[in-house]
Design a protein around this ligand. Structure first.
Ligand code: BTN
Length: 350
């Protein structure tokens, strides 16, 4: 959701703060031996270190909310599978997708989108994923910030390098919304999710997810795209300024969600949508299929009285579907207008 304070500040390079890979290795080892106590010596061998370093890393994991029993004299045992978005936990769930090979995890970062854009500029591969437990400068559309409390939400950015002209990128952004919707439905089919053009995912009219798509392109060719997805998962409340317009899956359903399960579902459905779009030679109607499904799943695309604002100017009227590039058509008093971007708000007649 958009927080009320101004543009996000801060840029951090991915290398600076990425998670100590030994933490993930320890978690994986403890998960593989979930029913037994694993000695400090064994863990030390696994991470090519010593027992006092293992103790220090275990304390670090505990500080991050991982429930580990034991101490150096007895060894260690996981009490429950941690809901951390560590590559060691996610990769096995992403086999066969474009996202399985280059997962980067951060306990704390400025913005996963900033990190992913910087990495893409330096040659990060298609399918590279940047996940954070917490963002200190999470960015939303229109230079707004994105509330990114630690381990409450999913803060995920992926690097894509589609052979598409820039004009078709909006369709990819719409496909990302469909992917979020499908992922939520896969985890709990009872949740009713609405899509607001172009990139908001709503539950009962409140925003549960925002998508920030950024690209680097030439006139006719995309070099790379970063799709950044923020999902409010287990937040129990929001700051006063945004509580009227934001919700989380936990607030909407009354129970905690597994971020690991939802992230895996998200990346798998994003993989499906992405393949559909880029393998157009095999599926010539892929773009039309995305636009049709988006329009079917959105209560905003047709027949809604709206005001769309972009850079201070506004368009008012009734939505009349998407054009073949995914732009929103609005029937105004002056005729049919095609809206290229902006914030859509419902207008209620007084
Ligand atoms: C919006 O609705 O305004 C878009 C919000 C996008 C937030 C996500 S969280 C992961 C990624 N990193 C960011 O800094 N922003 C996006």
């Amino acid at each position: 959701m958009r927080a009320p304070f101004g543009p996000a500040q801060g840029r951090s390079l991915p290398q600076q703060e990425s998670t100590d890979v030994r933490l993930g290795r320890i978690v994986r080892l403890l998960m593989e031996h979930a029913t037994v106590v694993v000695s400090g010596t064994k863990i030390a061998q696994e991470i090519s270190s010593n027992r006092s370093e293992v103790w220090r890393l275990i304390q670090q994991l505990r500080g991050l909310g991982v429930d580990v029993a034991g101490h150096p004299a007895t060894g260690y045992q996981l009490k429950s599978v941690p809901d951390l978005l560590l590559p060691e936990i996610l990769v096995p769930l992403l086999r066969g997708t474009v996202f399985e090979t280059h997962l980067h995890h951060f306990y704390k970062i400025g913005s996963t989108n900033t990190a992913a854009m910087a990495a893409a500029g330096q040659g990060a591969v298609e399918g590279a994923v940047f996940l954070a437990e917490e963002q200190t400068a999470g960015r939303g559309r229109g230079d707004h910030s994105w509330q990114s409390a630690r381990s409450a939400g999913i803060y995920c950015s992926v690097v894509l390098r589609p052979a598409l002209p820039p004009a078709q990128v909006l369709v990819l952004a719409l496909a990302a919304g469909l992917a979020v919707q499908a992922a939520i439905a896969q985890v709990d089919g009872r949740v009713r999710v609405d899509l607001k053009w172009p990139n908001d995912v709503l539950i009962a009219g409140k925003k549960v997810c925002g998508i920030l798509t950024e690209m680097n392109a030439e006139a006719t060719r995309v070099r790379y795209i970063v799709v950044g997805i923020g999902i409010n998962v287990n937040q129990a409340s929001f700051p006063k300024e945004i509580e009227g317009e934001a919700t989380s899956l936990r607030l909407a359903t009354g129970s905690e969600w597994s971020r690991v399960e939802l992230t895996a579902a998200l990346l798998k459905s994003l993989d499906r949508e992405y393949r559909l779009l880029v393998e157009q030679a095999k599926q010539p109607d892929a773009r039309a299929s995305i636009l049709r499904r988006f329009a079917e799943q959105s209560s905003w695309v047709r027949g809604k009285q709206v005001r769309v604002e972009e850079n201070g100017s506004g368009v008012e009227g009734i939505t009349e579907g998407l054009d073949d590039q995914g732009f929103l058509r609005v029937r105004t008093a002056q005729g049919l207008r095609t809206v290229l971007s902006g914030t859509v708000r419902q207008q209620t007649s007084n």
